[in-house]
Write a protein that binds this ligand. Structure first.
Ligand SMILES: [Zn+2]
Length: 263
């Protein structure tokens, strides 16, 4: 029995060693990432999800709203200083959804969705650029890939630990899922920092990022918007953005462009 357990420990070590060797990557800010999903498979999943969302939520066809959102989005896309073809993104698709929820998202493959409800808190071009820049940054930093990889490793870890210890797999899985929570906070901070730099390079005033998250915090006090469940807005977030403000203001001042996007 002891021998059986030792062998399994060896397999567990091998499992992590192989992961370590094969799945290392680093995010645009230099953070170590576990990557077990290819760009192609994640882009395919992103495109599929986007088609489903488009079939379920009404699309806003208004010319003024679309040209405003696309003006901001393309200014941001043109300021990306990363090889997006390497991520398998050739063209970005931007869709405005007619929905009152305070939400926006970007999916692998370069799919950007903006809900009209976001205008409640993103009240000018700089504030909307902060939101879209944040979402684009999640894609650039391949956060979905990372979360998906964490899901794979969690499942693998649960099975192996289950075999070794005899503890039911479901119990281990729920404990290891809890371990994923700090990663989501890391992703949010990274997307905040990258998004602020991106908007500044695109010629949008980075003060807009602090303002929009402040609007979000105010909205949280009065209600419970949908975006808040996935995008925690608190004093720490705003403080971190303020810390990055001087650097972003330098980028903004050096940017030759001042996009004149209006609704
Ligand atoms: Zn986010």
């Amino acid at each position: 029995m002891k021998l059986f357990k030792c062998q399994n420990v060896k397999y567990l070590q091998m499992f992590f060693w192989v992961l370590w060797c094969l799945s290392c990557a680093s995010s645009p800010t230099g953070r170590w990432q576990l990557m077990m999903r290819s760009n192609d498979s994640m882009n395919e999943a992103g495109e599929e999800a986007f088609e489903q969302i488009k079939s379920k939520i009404p699309i806003d066809g208004s010319y003024s709203t679309n040209s405003y959102v696309k003006c901001i989005s393309y200014a941001l896309i043109n300021a990306i200083d990363q090889d997006t073809e390497e991520l398998g993104i050739e063209n970005w698709e931007i869709v405005v959804f007619k929905k009152d929820a305070i939400n926006a998202f970007a999916l692998p493959g370069g799919k950007i969705g903006v809900f009209t409800g976001i205008f409640q808190i993103a009240r000018n071009k700089n504030q909307l650029a902060a939101v879209i820049g944040h979402e684009i940054s999640h894609v650039l930093a391949r956060h979905s890939h990372e979360r998906s990889s964490q899901g794979i490793i969690t499942a693998g870890f649960s099975i192996i630990v289950g075999i070794i210890t005899g503890i039911p797999i479901r119990a281990i899985s729920s404990v290891s899922q809890l371990g994923l929570l700090p990663f989501s906070r890391t992703h949010e901070s990274e997307a905040d920092e990258m998004g602020m730099d991106l908007m500044a390079r695109a010629g949008f005033d980075p003060h807009g990022a602090v303002q929009v998250w402040q609007n979000m915090a105010d909205a949280r006090e009065s209600s419970s918007p949908e975006l808040l469940s996935t995008h925690p807005s608190d004093e720490t977030r705003i403080e971190k953005l303020e810390e990055n403000l001087d650097y972003a203001l330098d980028l903004y001042q050096s940017a030759g462009n001042r996009p004149s996007c209006s609704m």
